[in-house]
Design a protein around this ligand. Structure first.
Ligand code: ADP
Length: 162
């Protein structure tokens, strides 16, 4: 069975992430979406909240499983039986970091391959941070995230303000 893991902060999941998930879902027998708990950034949503949002959006994608994880990605990949790491590339600015990461992982875990899916042009500008910034200033984020995710972002920001 061909199992892949798609790791990220997903704080929160955007339509750009979802596009990568749907495309990877077509390629692999099982796709694990791994939500990173221990990010250097302070997240807007807890890992549990991020997992729930992704599970909700991906409920019709039967081969998708969502987990949260801490620690080294390659250890989690091995535990989950994943032999492929999926990453998305938006622009050349992502490339340096992604290449460094994948080459390091290759040295530590030679049996695990990283593959890159290029962004859908529609979402090449899109990041979770931009969505949060627009939402913070009450902008319209309906083009960028799922309807339920948009509601959760608005709730979270309102709670932070009160
Ligand atoms: P990280 O903190 O690991 O970069 P992100 O949640 O920002 O986590 O991104 C997870 C993965 O999804 C990364 O490979 C990133 O390049 C990719 N990604 C993020 N936004 C998009 C997008 N709009 N289109 C395609 N890939 C994306």
């Amino acid at each position: 069975m061909n199992v892949a893991i798609y790791p990220g902060s997903f704080d929160p999941i955007t339509n750009g992430h979802l596009d990568i998930i749907k495309r990877a879902h077509r390629i692999f027998d099982k796709l694990i979406v791994g939500v990173l708990i221990n990010s250097s950034k302070t997240p807007l949503f807890s890992a549990q909240e991020r997992v729930k949002m992704i599970q909700n959006i991906c409920k019709d994608l039967k081969k998708v499983e969502v987990i949260s994880f801490n620690g080294l990605l390659i250890d989690v990949a091995a535990q989950q039986g994943a032999t492929v790491i999926v990453r998305g590339l938006r622009a050349i600015t992502d490339f340096d970091y992604e290449l460094q990461l994948s080459q390091t992982n290759k040295v530590i875990a030679p049996d695990i391959e990283t593959i890159f899916l290029n962004t859908n042009l529609k979402y090449s500008y899109l990041s979770s941070s931009i969505v949060k910034e627009i939402a913070f200033y009450n902008g319209d984020i309906s083009e960028f995230v799922d309807e339920d995710v948009a509601k959760e972002i608005k709730k979270k920001i309102a709670a932070k303000r009160s």
